[in-house]
Ligand binder design. Structure first.
Ligand code: R5P
Length: 283
């Protein structure tokens, strides 16, 4: 078995290979003068694990080329961050169901697929081969547990993320809650934990994705005003669009961390072992 990756998921692929105790396959990536992608694999094995997040179109094209280059092998595809997964509804006539389009394109030439904390597991039904989602709640919980936290409160930014926050909190037996938004007036919205108080506590907001960080910035400001001792944030996918990282720190957030499903300077925990466990569990 050989693990290969696009150039956008190299570090995670190395972590997966290490956890699987199998070699990494080298791939050379270049472009043609017109901008088209080219790649060449150094070797191919009977069983291949192909790792590639899809944060943008270049990553998608590289992943499609890599799958094609592995033609003839038994291919397991790992899509740590599945871009377009939030575009899973047709709001207006004439729109694509983008999540379905991406899932269908990535189903060709592979036997099974693994994603990591996909935004909505319903998206997995669009793949044409068996697809499984892996959760990093344990990894986030263990990371947080390795740091001193005073009377910690693990918060989900909304009701929908409450179960994920509960799993993170469960790793260390911490309390958990979710934020509730109340509209005070036309312009004013208040956010506070639904059941518990943030006062004098180290609060960690956990979510699957930090994209623009808009919700998180508003929540952090309000939690600090409610007397939280500190506010930090931990997510799986650090998209960090539109300068989100700096904007969040500027609100007074103590730390913003993510996994290596998208390789960032603030990637503090790896999805490698959880992915390897998922793959081995399906053998
Ligand atoms: C939404 O349902 C997701 O779980 C995230 O909360 C959302 O994508 C974050 O977006 P942003 O960082 O732009 O507020």
């Amino acid at each position: 078995m050989l693990v290969v990756s696009t150039e956008y998921s190299q570090i995670l692929a190395a972590n997966v290979a290490k956890a699987l105790d199998c070699p990494l396959g080298g791939v050379r990536f270049t472009r043609f003068p017109d901008g088209e992608h080219y790649l060449r694999m150094a070797a191919i094995d009977r069983e291949m694990v192909i790792v590639g997040s899809v944060p943008h179109a270049d990553a998608l094209v590289q992943l499609l080329l890599l799958i094609d280059a592995c033609e003839g092998a038994e291919n397991t595809l790992v899509i740590p961050y599945l871009g377009y997964a939030r575009q899973d509804k047709q709001v207006h006539a004439g729109e694509p169901l983008s999540a379905r389009a991406i899932a269908r394109a990535l189903s060709t030439g592979v036997s099974r697929i693994f994603s990591v904390n996909v935004h909505d597991r319903a998206v997995l039904s669009h793949f044409r081969v068996p697809a499984h989602d892996i959760s990093l709640a344990g990894e986030i919980g263990r990371y947080l547990g390795s740091h001193p936290l005073h009377h910690p409160l693990i918060l989900a930014p909304d009701d929908g993320a409450a179960s994920f926050a509960g799993q993170v909190a469960g790793t260390c037996g911490w309390e958990t809650d979710h934020l509730e938004k109340t509209r005070m007036s036309g312009e004013e919205v208040r956010m506070e934990p639904k059941h518990l108080e943030a006062k004098d506590r180290d609060v960690v907001i956990v979510d699957d994705i930090i994209s623009t960080g808009g919700t998180l910035a508003m929540a952090a400001t309000m939690l600090q005003a409610q007397g939280a001792r500190s506010v930090s944030s931990a997510c799986v996918h650090g998209v960090l669009a539109e300068g989100a990282y700096v904007r969040l720190l500027a609100t007074g957030i103590r730390e913003v961390v993510c996994s290596d499903t998208l390789e960032r300077a603030c990637s503090r925990y790896s999805a490698g072992s959880a992915i390897a466990d998922g793959i081995q569990g399906c053998w």
